[in-house]
Design a protein around this ligand. Structure first.
Ligand code: SAJ
Length: 431
């Protein structure tokens, strides 16, 4: 089918998204907002019902935006047949790690099987899920050919890494997208399609280059966070304030990007994505030492934080056992409600194993999730004078840090919140 580039460049085509989570739903809503047709498929009938009635489960997609997309004709279904209405399919499914921290491609495989069942002539298929180089060729291309379609004549296949940053101001519509096709012809068609969705497309020569670029982006973060976590431990040994040091280094207007120490690295990107690269490297008998060392340092930070807290209690003649400790913030990063893979929880679990009585203040995560983790929830206005120590583990904006320091004898600030907010308090000990 010739002229597919023209079609995606000019016509009002329909986007079909497979997986309506924190990546897929914003992409679908963006397509509708850009005047394209939009159909969404998810395996969860419950999620589909919720979306169909205008209720968004994604913080970055307000109900109002979802409502506008529905008004514009966006439809959702848990029957993959709806995807036949689309001209471009975007696979936005999870790519987690398995039990031994190897890539778990089960969601991508299931999505590829769905594509094989519904794909029709004329469709572009773009994989957006973070994965190791070669995945698009190994799983998506066979899905197209198993349906009897000829690549670059009846169907086109590409990779474009998702760049959603949960809780960030920039939305899907504003973030440049890297795009690479499994062939140059597929790349041309994918580039044309993405130029209708986002303001800036950066074309690369292959799907593998696009897959690798995303892993570099997040491995860069993991390694630099690991570096600053190691420097933080050294600074503590040398009696130097690491927060002051980072702020000083950050005054250099070139050649330095500030990363900040913390109680560990959480979320579903940074702890996981480098492991996809490390796994693929091992398959090629290549050692990824930076990734391995960064993971070792970052994974040690929860225990290191618990040890620092233990030392602070010890200095006051208090054992951990039986002491009331308040954990402040258990989301994996500030100003999000997501507590998956949260290092803050690992810190508190370690202290609980040492016998501490743990309560948690996190107005975003909320009491249900706090209780589900086995901690006692504390409200933002509750009296805090019963706690011997408060640990700032995730520094949400809407916490009253001054009140914390006024009411709790010792505050362990693992996020440098007091320095950043300019709140001076004698009883605050930074990581
Ligand atoms: N963290 C630190 N120190 C830092 C930065 C982060 O300890 O200097 C910790 C955070 O507390 C968190 C973890 O690392 O526990 C990950 O934080 P993150 O800021 O990288 O946020 P994520 O996990 O939401 O990463 C996503 C990524 N987006 C995609 O993969 C599409 C990442 O590439 C973005 O750079 C990041 O959002 C972002 O900047 O918001």
């Amino acid at each position: 089918m010739t002229g597919r580039v023209d079609f995606f460049s000019r016509e009002r085509w329909t986007a079909g998204v497979i997986g309506l989570g924190y990546v897929g739903l914003p992409l679908l809503v963006t397509a509708a907002a850009r005047g394209l047709g939009a159909v969404g498929y998810d395996v969860s009938a419950e999620r589909v019902d919720q979306l169909t009635t205008g209720r968004s489960h994604i913080d970055d997609v307000p109900d109002a935006s979802l409502g506008e997309a529905i008004e514009a004709g966006t439809r959702f279904s848990s029957d993959p047949a709806i995807l036949r209405e689309a001209d471009a399919l975007f696979i936005c499914v999870p790519s987690p790690l398995g039990r031994s921290r190897q890539p778990d491609l089960s969601y991508i495989v299931a999505a590829a099987d769905t594509v094989a069942a519904v794909v029709r002539p004329g469709q572009l298929i773009s994989l957006e899920s973070t994965t190791y180089p070669g995945t698009t060729e190994d799983y998506v291309v066979p899905a197209v050919s198993s349906a009897g379609l000829t690549l670059d004549e009846e169907a086109w296949v590409a990779f474009s890494p998702e760049r959603v940053s949960p809780g960030d101001e920039m939305k899907t519509a504003d973030i440049p997208k890297v795009v690479g096709g499994v062939t140059p012809a597929s790349g041309d068609v994918a580039e044309a399609a993405y130029r209708r969705l986002v303001p800036s497309v950066h074309r690369v020569s292959s799907a593998r280059a696009a897959e690798m670029s995303k892993l570099l982006e997040n491995t860069y973060r993991a390694v630099n966070i690991g570096l600053v976590n190691e420097v933080a431990q050294l600074c503590h040994e040398l009696g130097i304030d690491v927060w002051e040091v980072v702020d000083a280094a950050a005054t250099k207007p070139f050649g330095f990007q500030a990363f900040y120490p913390g109680p560990g690295v959480g979320g579903h990107c940074i702890p996981l994505d480098p492991q996809y690269l490390a796994w693929r490297a091992r398959e090629a008998n290549f050692a990824t030492r930076f990734i391995d060392v960064a993971e070792e340092v970052n994974n040690r930070m929860p225990a290191y934080s618990a040890d620092r807290i233990t030392d602070l209690l010890n200095q006051r003649g208090l054992p951990v056992k039986g002491t009331a400790i308040l954990g402040v913030g258990i989301a994996y990063k500030p100003d999000v409600a997501d507590d998956r893979e949260s290092a803050s929880i690992h810190v508190l679990e370690t202290l609980r194993e040492r016998g501490a009585d743990i309560a948690v203040l996190d107005p975003l995560v909320g009491p249900e999730r706090i209780t589900a983790h086995g901690f006692s929830p504390v409200g933002v206005d509750d009296d805090l004078t019963g706690f011997e120590l408060a640990a700032i583990l995730t520094d949400h904006s809407d916490i009253d840090y001054k009140r914390l320091a006024d009411q709790v004898p010792v505050v362990f600030d693992a996020r440098g919140a007091y320095r950043r907010l300019g709140i001076s308090a004698e009883n605050v000990e930074p990581l």
